[in-house]
Design a protein around this ligand. Structure first.
Ligand code: GTQ
Length: 345
């Protein structure tokens, strides 16, 4: 491709006139906004070690009372986007949230979608539109756009979870805002619907849009399914997606969620794809190799990888490793931007 002229090739006087008229020449920036062959991501590959996060989060628990924080969260920020912008990728926000015994994070609702993946601790709960969802290690709890949610804690040890939100995208779209409120009355109906019979209510199935029939995905069920699949399927990656059981579609509209099981001794190679990805270890340990860079990931560690990277997940340990994955595929598919390529090594 032709090397294009730069700003330095234009006279000062001309550039000043452009600026006064709120005009910008395209050609000095054309190759930045339309780079050849593939995007130039701001997202850097990196790992956040839980062993570094946890003591700092517990210290936040001493430094800042919950009433002064509303949500006591340390954000996992990617330096490639500027730490102050609080992004893991251009679409994905990650935060580690701490709730101490008897604390309460009051009800609010906002336009970004959120999920919680429980990292440690017992007897906390998130109430979503009145439905009380217990938080146990590895559970996924949805708080979709516009639904009231609050967090409470009846246990006697700290509870920590990973928040995943589509905040960077929604904020960029100037669509991000919150409403606060009182505590929600808890509905007597708990989120107990099983769906394991393979049956869904017909009415919901027909007009399912906007409906979030399942708010809590218990880890014990997901893990059992992965183990059952791994016994049936001797080769190839074992991965399950969190879906809306009434439609079979992704459980949220912007970010996709799944869990990958990497067997003892196994290496899973992922195809480069247009969507950036986040990895969080629910159980076990592994290595993640992103475009040749190797990081060790232990339980509760979190990694992120930019678009179109070559990713290997390598389990050298003697037990399976279960890795929670968040990716940008649902929004990219809706916009017609999603693609998968052959490995480039
Ligand atoms: O728990 O509702 O990490 O509103 C960021 C924004 C958590 C929450 C975050 C939020 C929440």
């Amino acid at each position: 491709m032709e090397q294009l002229a730069t700003l330095a090739d234009l006279p000062e006087r001309y550039l000043e006139h452009l600026e006064q008229s709120n005009l910008v020449p395209l050609w000095p920036s054309l190759r930045n906004v339309l780079p050849p062959i593939k995007p130039i991501p701001h997202t850097q590959s990196l790992v956040w070690k839980y062993s570094e996060i946890k003591p700092l989060l517990l210290e936040a628990g001493e430094l800042t009372p919950i009433e002064k924080a509303e949500r006591r969260v340390l954000v996992l920020a990617n330096p490639g986007h500027g730490l102050e912008n609080m992004r893991a990728t251009s679409v994905i926000y990650l935060g580690m949230q701490l709730l101490l015994p008897n604390e309460w994070a009051p009800a609010h609702r906002h336009t970004p979608n959120a999920v919680r993946l429980i990292v440690e601790g017992e007897k906390a709960y998130t109430t979503v539109e009145g439905v009380k969802c217990p938080m146990e290690h590895g559970d996924l709890i949805l708080t979709p756009s516009g639904l009231w949610h609050e967090h409470g804690h009846d246990g006697d040890q700290p509870v920590i979870w990973l928040d995943v939100l589509d905040l960077p995208l929604v904020y960029y779209m100037e669509a991000s805002f919150v409403e606060g409120g009182e505590s929600q009355p808890v509905k007597t109906v708990e989120n107990k619907m099983s769906y394991s019979a393979g049956l869904v209510p017909v009415q919901h199935h027909i007009r399912a849009e906007q409906n979030y029939p399942m708010l809590r995905y218990p880890w014990k069920d997901a893990k059992q399914l992965l183990i059952d699949l791994s016994e049936k399927q001797s080769e190839g990656p074992i991965q399950v997606a969190y879906v809306n059981p009434e439609t079979g579609e992704d459980c949220q509209k912007i970010i996709g969620y799944s869990v990958l099981m990497v067997r003892s001794g196994e290496t899973v190679q992922l195809q480069p794809r247009s969507a950036a990805m986040v990895f969080h270890v629910i159980e076990g340990e592994a290595e993640i190799k992103i475009d040749g860079k190797i990081f060790g990931i232990d339980q509760a560690d979190t990694a992120c990888a930019p678009c179109f990277s070559n990713i290997d997940l390598i389990n050298k340990s003697n037990r399976p490793c279960f890795i929670f994955i968040a990716d940008e595929a649902p929004i990219q598919k809706k916009l017609g931007l999603y693609s998968v390529r052959a490995r480039s090594e």
